[in-house]
Design a protein around this ligand. Structure first.
Ligand SMILES: [Zn+2]
Ligand SMILES: [Zn+2]
Length: 200
């Protein structure tokens, strides 16, 4: 576990974990939203650019097209709520969320959702002790905080630990054994730093 501790220390040193996540300025949020809407950057890349965790970034990104055009406000107007409650029916897409079945209603939302469901979330299996459930989520069914980013030192990509796992890491500062096992099985290197299979 000492090696994993080093990896986490390295991750923390890069500002990805530990303490309160840095707050984003309105300008940073706007910048992030532009990149997100342009679909030229993954959420991991945007988070890396701004030096924040993906989980922090998610809280700031608007998934609606209507408030994305350079607007700083993401408050739901009556009009916005109306749109949310009565989505325009469109043709069936193949981009339905694998966890909740949510189907994007616009091309832009579909692009966002493709990026969102590309991220793997690791949950503790509540039925089988020591087992992991790996899920992919859209914005509608993403787990609430706590969530901890397991980020490759090179590309910043990696799974996000949800719920109990995240709480355990905050308490013990080591990767829970099942997570360590999952990463190793997936081809991750955890010594001396966290590296995804592509960069190990
Ligand atoms: Zn979903
Ligand atoms: Zn990588």
């Amino acid at each position: 576990m000492a090696n994993t501790r080093n990896g986490l220390a390295a991750a923390r040193a890069r500002g990805r974990k530990g303490g309160r996540p840095p707050k984003l300025t309105a300008e940073q949020v706007e910048h992030a939203q532009r990149l997100y809407d342009a679909n030229t950057h993954t959420v991991a890349q945007i988070a890396g650019l701004l030096g924040v965790r993906r989980t922090t970034l998610y809280g700031h990104l608007s998934k609606s097209d209507d408030v994305s055009a350079g607007s700083e406000t993401t408050t739901s107007t009556d009009l916005g709520l109306d749109i949310l409650e009565h989505p325009v029916p469109v043709r069936k897409t193949r981009g339905a969320c694998p966890s909740c079945g949510h189907e994007p209603s616009t091309r832009s939302e579909a692009a966002h959702q493709r990026a969102d469901v590309a991220v793997t979330w690791l949950h503790r299996d509540l039925d089988v002790p020591g087992e992991i459930v790996a899920r992919n989520h859209c914005r509608n069914c993403q787990p609430e905080e706590p969530a901890v980013d397991v980020a490759c030192t090179v590309c910043g990509d990696g799974p996000i630990l949800a719920g109990e796992f995240a709480a355990e890491i905050d308490t013990n500062d080591v990767l829970p054994d099942p997570v360590q096992q999952w990463l190793t099985d997936a081809g991750w290197q955890t010594d001396p730093t966290l590296l995804c299979p592509e960069h190990a």
